[in-house]
Design a protein around this ligand. Structure first.
Ligand SMILES: [Zn+2]
Length: 290
């Protein structure tokens, strides 16, 4: 069945919301993603994952937001708020309004899934979700998609092995590896950050990562609206601890990416499992490893 809310009529929306009142909100931006990928990759990647999860959970996926903090200094890139901070003139209010509107429409849980993830964007999305969870008394999870597959070794990149593999699975026609040159020793592709997609990206890797993310998203979509007050409070405490730690590390060092220093080493690999199993106190403890 169609799960994209904007493609449904009232009766279909009402049926889906009675079955599972969670809204999955994909977020990305318009940004250079190498010569081989489309500029809407971040939002469309998040949307494809949200649709698959919505099909499995029986809930709805919102239309993607094309707008986030920062972006590469490359052509065809829209920067809606500067990358060097967590203040936002545009994006925060937009995301908050989406949460308020979802709540007003009768949704009882929400996931802000950002496929665009500079450090400022990730902190803003998580911090906004925590605040809106409190204000709306409704669980809102705000996370980059790779946080739901950290235990699969997915630590996020830019248009490189990970993102390109995912798109080979989610939207294969969008990827044109033939547009990339073969790299010589020491070279890199323009505006691509991570392992060489031309050499390493595979649809099988994309399928494995997508399955991990979709499984977690679907599980959360079904569970979140059923949480009682105590569970909601424990969830908020865990997500608040995570984003507080990220902000403190960024503030101490003056570097937005400082909070991610131990993530590539696997320090936070248990997060997706702990989150989906509701082991929130263990997330609070894990935060110290960042
Ligand atoms: Zn991206």
């Amino acid at each position: 069945m169609e799960r994209r809310m904007e493609h449904l009529r009232p009766a279909e929306i009402e049926a889906a919301m009675s079955a599972c009142p969670t809204l999955l909100q994909p977020i990305g931006t318009v940004e250079w993603h190498g010569l081989h990928n489309i500029t809407g990759l971040d939002a469309l990647k998040a949307q494809a994952l949200c649709i698959r999860a919505a099909e499995r959970a029986g809930c709805l996926a919102a239309p993607p937001v094309f707008g986030g903090i920062g972006g590469l200094d490359e052509p065809h890139t829209f920067v809606m708020d500067p990358d060097d901070g967590y203040d936002s003139r545009v994006v925060r209010g937009w995301y908050e309004t989406l949460c308020r509107e979802a709540h007003r429409q009768g949704f009882r849980a929400m996931v802000l899934l950002t496929g665009h993830y500079g450090a400022g964007q990730q902190i803003l999305v998580r911090e906004t979700a925590v605040r809106m969870s409190r204000l709306l008394h409704m669980p809102v999870l705000g996370t980059p998609e790779y946080f739901l597959a950290l235990d699969e070794g997915y630590t996020g990149d830019h248009a490189a092995f990970f993102e390109t593999s995912l798109m080979m699975e989610l939207d294969p026609d969008s990827v044109r590896l033939d547009r990339l040159a073969e790299l010589k020793e020491g070279e890199s592709h323009q505006g691509v950050g991570g392992r060489d997609p031309k050499k390493y990206a595979t649809r099988a890797d994309g399928a494995r990562l997508a399955e991990a993310i979709v499984g977690r998203l679907a599980g959360l979509a079904q569970a979140m609206p059923t949480w009682d007050d105590a569970t909601l409070a424990r969830f908020i405490a865990a997500e608040q601890a995570l984003v507080d730690r990220q902000m403190s590390l960024a503030g101490e060092t003056g570097q937005a990416w400082a909070a991610w220093r131990n993530i590539p080493r696997g320090a936070f690999a248990a997060y997706p499992q702990l989150l989906t199993e509701g082991r929130f106190e263990e997330i609070v403890a894990l935060v110290q490893e960042l």
